[in-house]
Design a binder for this molecule. Sequence first.
Ligand code: SAH
Ligand code: SF4
Ligand code: F3S
Length: 469
Amino acid sequence: MDQPRKLHIKSFGCQMNVYDAQRMVDVLAPEGFVETATADDADLVILNTCHIREKASEKVYSELGRLRLARDEAAAGAGRRMQIVVAGCVAQAEGEEIVRRQPAVDVVVGPQSYHHLPRLLAEAKQAGRALETEFPVEDKFGFLPQPRPEAIRARGISAFVTVQEGCDKFCTFCVVPYTRGAEVSRPVAAILDDVKRLADNGVREVTLIGQNVNAYHGDGPDGRAWTLGRLLQRLAAVPGIVRLRYSTSHPNDVDDELIAAHRDLPALMPFVHLPVQSGSDPILAAMNRKHSAADYRRVIDRFRAVRPEIAFSSDFIVGFPGETEADFAATLALVTQIGYAGAYSFKYSPRPGTPAADMPEMVPAAVMDERLERLQQLIDAQQSAFNKASIGRTVDVLFERAGRKPGQIVGRTAYLQPAHVFPAPGTAPDSLVGQILPVRVDSLERYSLLGELAATPPQHARPLAATGA
Ligand code: SAH
Ligand code: SF4
Ligand code: F3S
């Protein structure tokens, strides 16, 4: 047997990149690669990059500078050859520039082509370099090997599954339609297969991911296109799956079947990430969001009507070109009206090739800073009020892993709040992993809930390693 070769992969950006990184590991496992925690001892390093804002994008070049030094050291010291791959959205957007700015790069591969990694690595060994950023005609999912059962178990009880990729919305600030390509939905049968395999290997919570996940319209077994709501309904019936989530959704694609899924499926968590970006109608129009602030509020109301305990998070951009103080005040007003459990907010970053990058009236940096600060203060206050409201309540927690302190176990609530518990002496924390148990919340430590089990765990609780299969 050959010595296993070591692979280190570093991901930036969104959940889709986290998922893609795992699939790259799965693609390279049959080639004899095993993961390692640092770049220094790796034979292969993959940077899985994000292009969404300038800062994220520029990080690639500083990382590459460091990797070149590590590579030279490995060659000089142990005579080991380290290959360097740039994958993800920066690879797609500026592949040529990457190899020009950093000749140490062996392979550049876009997000739709990483199933070709074994071939590209071999080509690079022969030719010195390989670059693939075309959108291939075939669908990568048809070529990706299934993860090994040990890999699934090592990744824990919560898993991402890509069901939809790409975006046809073309918000004027956003690179995603260019880096990920057109919207494509995977067939229901393929997703069901993936979810069953995950459940058989101990996964209890699945988050369906897509750049625009509720635009899902994959082929169903009945020959029709299924909506996300219908897909969720089917997946809720998979034995072992106790929690379902989806991300990221767009307000314009919330349909009756998705609302019905929230009404009917206890496994579908009452926590939805629904980005709105701005509360000002003129700014929403300039962003090409194709909805008003009032439309967004109506969508929120539809969810709340069927699931009153539902909570929301969102993304916001401050300082979009032309944003006035009145526009920004409308954003603050919307946040105040909705009341979020949390939200991400970003300063607008002009991206090459997007329509907004050519818009005049850039908002001055100092104004952006000040608006970001005010928005974040409001969101922080809402988030901490939301978390404080849990104190004294009993909430369901899905336990994920042993905590850092001896005897402690860590899980998450329906709203993804981390919860830390010390079960009764004699209960091995591992025996609770994968179970949902009620926890009485006593206090908060920053963003985490601290509490006690409000019920005795089942006598025959089996450790994760013995579940499924
Ligand atoms: N598909 C998702 C998220 C896409 S990117 C959606 O439609 O909502 C994640 C977030 O990054 C966006 O919601 C937006 O808030 C932010 N973002 C995207 N482009 C940006 C830019 N050019 N400058 C600043 N923030 C940006
Ligand atoms: Fe980007 Fe808009 Fe598509 Fe989201 S919906 S990925 S923000 S273009
Ligand atoms: Fe970034 Fe690409 Fe995701 S640009 S946010 S990694 S889709």
